[in-house]
Design a protein around this ligand. Structure first.
Ligand code: LLP
Length: 410
């Protein structure tokens, strides 16, 4: 993503130093060409079988990025009324929007019905009943897909593994009969699909093979019972290697999934988030202080868990490098933020060239679950975001003003 010219870091044709000077730090910087590459890659990977690609907005819902993604013919996977409104605002086509999530509210369901989205992924009997009631009141028929919990284990952080019985997600197969029973009482609901989502940051292919096979088998059974199942939604979760090592290409995931539906007329639907945006974004931050105690060296920077909570929440690794490479001995340091928690670290035990107050560092793979999970903890304004295309730079999100932070309070 980042390349160095004479020791100075560049994203596309723009130096990170120039960006920091113009927009301040902490600053999210996105590369349009990388975003475009990933969007193209996923579309091409899945091109040989009819597939709806629905980008999971939760990974990053910046409107400029969304506009770009939707302009490439990609749809949206949303999990709230807010994401739905934002997707529509950024130009997503209603017929390319799926509404996922285990807890939808009355007003969110009404909004989705009003906008005529493609389908709801439903996860409980009570949700079926509620959508059924609202659809009846609005005299509207609605496509739904049952989210199956396939009880498939994936190797990832337990907080983001979603396909196991001990999680809150989906219907276990033993409860599908009950779901079908409640569907019979809701004539407005049309069961058109099955879905599942195994988790996030999955580097294995086998779980996708297993899950797709399971969905297909179930879909065959449901068709035999007279349900017009058209779409199998295998969710998102395709892994990204944050250490920059080669991992499975999106093509490999596509092949594993497609193999299970070739010779069928089931359409596929996928909900990638991270794999489209993670690599395209970095976070630039300024060194505030360096500090040494008998045990450790600390580099205190102006970014923190409020911009990037992934290290604190999942002990996630993100590469961290200086924007200007100084000559000198490498030193083992913890890169930490200003927030008053020991969990506020961005990277621990990293070997870095000498850093001093005022220097800049960049943190890689911050395009996904960076700004979208950011907070105002410690009354910190949320960071600005810029989109770079070759030499061109566009600010796509302003830094929050302090007054914005308390304007809702009385
Ligand atoms: N579909 C559903 C129903 C999901 O719950 C998710 C992610 C996705 C699609 C997209 O998954 P992806 O392709 O991005 O892996 N905050 C965590 C990740 C949480 C993912 C939640 N669900 C992180 O920073 O690693």
């Amino acid at each position: 993503v980042i390349h160095y010219k004479k020791g100075i870091a560049f994203l596309e044709k723009v130096s990170l130093q120039d960006l920091a000077q113009q927009f301040g730090t902490p600053l999210f910087v996105y590369s349009q060409s990388l975003l475009q590459d990933r969007c193209k890659e996923i579309k091409e990977a899945f091109a040989s079988h009819p597939t709806k690609v629905c980008y999971a907005l939760k990974a990053n819902s910046n409107i400029a990025l969304l506009k770009f993604i939707f302009s490439m013919g990609i749809g949206a996977d949303v999990v709230s009324g807010g994401e739905l409104e934002k997707a529509l605002l950024a130009g997503a086509l209603p017929e390319q929007i799926v509404f996922s999530g285990v807890g939808k509210t009355v007003s969110e369901i009404e909004l989705a019905l009003k906008k005529h989205i493609f389908s709801f992924n439903v996860e409980s009997v009570e949700e079926i009943q509620l959508i059924g009631t609202i659809a009846k009141q609005m005299s509207q028929s609605v496509s739904i897909s049952l989210r199956i919990n396939p009880n498939i284990n994936v190797k990832t952080n337990p907080y983001i593994a979603t396909g196991l019985y001990r999680t809150k997600f989906g219907f276990p197969e033993s409860q599908i009969a009950e779901a079908l029973q409640s569907l019979r009482e809701c004539p407005e609901l049309k069961l058109k699909g099955l879905s599942c989502h195994l988790g996030s940051q999955i580097h294995q292919l086998l779980p996708y093979t297993q899950a797709t096979r399971r969905l297909r088998k179930l879909a065959d059974e449901l068709r035999a019972q007279g349900h017009a199942i058209e779409t199998l939604d295998v969710g998102g979760g395709f892994g990204v290697d944050y250490h920059g090592k080669p991992s499975h290409s999106l093509d490999a995931y596509a092949k594993a999934i497609q193999k299970e539906v070739k010779d069928t007329d089931y359409g596929l639907l996928i909900e990638p988030g991270r794999s489209l945006v993670a690599e395209a974004g970095i976070l630039v931050s300024t060194v505030l202080f360096t500090k040494h105690n008998p045990y450790k060296h600390f580099v205190i920077v102006d970014a923190s868990m409020t911009e990037l909570i992934r290290p604190a929440l999942y002990e996630a690794f993100h590469p961290i490098e200086p924007c200007l490479k100084r000559k000198g001995k490498l030193c083992k340091v913890d890169i930490v933020g200003p927030v008053c928690e020991t969990s506020d670290f961005l990277g621990t035990s990293r070997l870095l060239p000498p850093l001093q107050r005022g220097d800049l560092v960049w943190i890689g793979f911050c395009g996904a679950y960076g700004s979208s999970m950011s907070s105002n903890y410690n009354v910190r304004p949320r960071a600005a975001e810029v989109l770079v295309s070759s030499k061109e730079v566009k600010q796509v999100c302003k830094r929050e003003a302090l007054a914005d932070l308390w304007k809702r309070e009385t």
